[in-house]
Design a protein around this ligand. Structure first.
Ligand SMILES: Nc1nc2c(c(=O)[nH]1)N[C@H]1C(S)=C(S)[C@@H](COP(=O)(O)O)O[C@H]1N2
Ligand SMILES: [Mo]
Length: 214
């Protein structure tokens, strides 16, 4: 697949109806849709620090806490009832591959911000996951419609290897900013670093500026 196809051609390839195409967000950051130093892949590789954790649908919860008016807890069914959107997005891994035209379905980050009533002094966010993974972003970097808590991929339930039942996707950042198996989001009044950010990966992770390592 080349990067100069039309949107119509792309839509017919995946066969999934999308509500929004956000693959043009690169124009905020760079000239080319494919960030520098990346190569396009048709596969969707699996990358995890320590394998795929198991989870139990009855026990699973998603929590929102920290600098918020209201701590929120959802079980799986309650989370699936939140308003969701299907977006066509690109996915850029810091190790050098990019998968274009992924169809992710999920709940936009601002929906969670609104429901929790995030405090005015909240400036930062930490995502927590089942495998002990964490990753962080400034609130203003993740409070955007393209950051999804995704439970669907290509019209199906998100596969467990790719972070099911729920993962975060951050199409404007390298993919390590998107926690797979996410179980909670914590709003912070001071910046903190997550798993890879403490181990030499870039804190800012802008693919178009090749912010890979710090
Ligand atoms: N919970 C969790 N989330 C994670 C990771 C992980 O090890 N654990 N790895 C990150 C990295 S480095 C990448 S590139 C993407 C890979 O997502 P994929 O396996 O669906 O391709 O997930 C990110 N999110
Ligand atoms: Mo990665």
């Amino acid at each position: 697949m080349s990067t100069d196809q039309t949107d119509t051609e792309r839509a017919s390839e995946t066969g999934v109806t999308v509500d929004e195409d956000v693959t043009d967000l690169y124009t905020e950051y760079g000239e080319d849709r494919l960030p520098p130093g990346q190569r396009e892949t048709d596969r969707f590789p699996v990358l995890s620090k320590s394998g795929t954790p198991s989870w139990d649908r009855e026990e699973w919860t998603f929590e929102v806490w920290g600098a918020v008016e209201e701590t929120l807890t959802f079980d799986y069914d309650a989370f699936r009832e939140l308003p969701a959107v299907t977006q066509r997005q690109d996915f850029h891994c810091v190790t050098g591959w990019s998968k274009l035209d992924c169809a992710f379905t999920g709940v936009p980050f601002p929906e969670i911000v609104e429901r929790a009533g995030v405090h005015h002094d909240a400036v930062h966010v930490m995502f927590h996951a089942l495998d002990g993974y964490t990753t962080n972003l400034p609130l203003e970097a993740c409070d955007r419609e393209e950051v999804l808590f995704a439970w669907g991929y290509d019209g199906e339930r998100l596969p467990t290897d790719h972070g099911g039942p729920l993962r975060v996707v951050t199409p404007h950042k390298y993919a390590y900013k998107g926690a797979k198996w996410v179980t909670g989001v914590e709003f912070l009044t001071e910046p903190e670093r997550g798993y890879w950010e403490k181990r030499g990966y870039s804190n800012t992770a802008n693919p178009w500026a090749e912010e890979r390592y710090s």
